[in-house]
Write a protein that binds this ligand. Sequence first.
Ligand code: AMP
Ligand code: MN
Ligand code: MN
Ligand code: MN
Length: 287
Amino acid sequence: MNLLNADLHCHSVVSDGTLQPEELALRAKTNGVALWSLTDHDEVGGQQRARDAAGAIGLDYLSGCEISVSFAGITVHIVGLGFDADDATLRDGLAATRGGRGERALEMSGELAKVGIKGAFDGALKYVGNPELISRTHFARYLVEIGTCSDTNEVFRHYLAEGKPGFVPHRWAALGNAVRWITGAGGLAVIAHPGRYKFTPTEEYALFTEFIAHGGRGVEVVTGSHTAAEYQKYADMALEFGLLASRGSDFHSPGESRTDLGALPDLPGKLTPVWSALQHRVQRASA
Ligand code: AMP
Ligand code: MN
Ligand code: MN
Ligand code: MN
């Protein structure tokens, strides 16, 4: 079960990826993925297309999304898997979470103008596939286009990360709400890429403890955002906290992402994978 090539984290044009859901399904299948989930940020608008595309090419599918949460002043991402994508409370919660993005983007553009980068809002908009989901990634692509930086990673480092000129603080969903929207819709909540957050050990312990108290059950261990040392660290934490382990590339774009769909090490054998608890939620492909 741990050796299954599951990829339960990636993005399409419905959020900040560059491929269509159908293109991602095909890429996953071609790369040997056996269980796939499209997890767009704060949005389930691509779920039906992803599910249909997976079904058409014989790829098992789990519904997915990645919810932006504010916890202890830091943005944390919670992945939801295997929920009913038509659930009204989940959809309302995601719509509310998306709500502030337009205004935030205008503020980001204003801040970037102060350091000499003009017209960033309109520039970023050219890369947006879903008008409700303008993200920092779209700004990063525009800044690469105009030659400010050579790649999106560099844009984040110099302009879009916390403390940099284009960063605008934003209040996302509450942790408990995000977990409840997912579990209330029949899904399983997972802490995304915990190694990426700049928490102290005490804050990280609080995140895991509160997440579990709210009903969260999983943690990403093997992700494109973790180093090998972090696979080990979060494998140990999954065992310590009794969490199920997830695996996902966080693939966004062929040119930008360092980890392709399905191209990840296996989950360590001592862990229980999230998909062992989601078998009844998998859309099985017969082809
Ligand atoms: P937002 O939800 O608008 O704050 O944008 C967050 C997104 O920015 C993440 O989901 C990543 O896709 C992207 N991102 C964050 N940090 C980096 C980085 N250092 N390099 C490249 N992309 C990043
Ligand atoms: Mn993203
Ligand atoms: Mn994320
Ligand atoms: Mn992601």
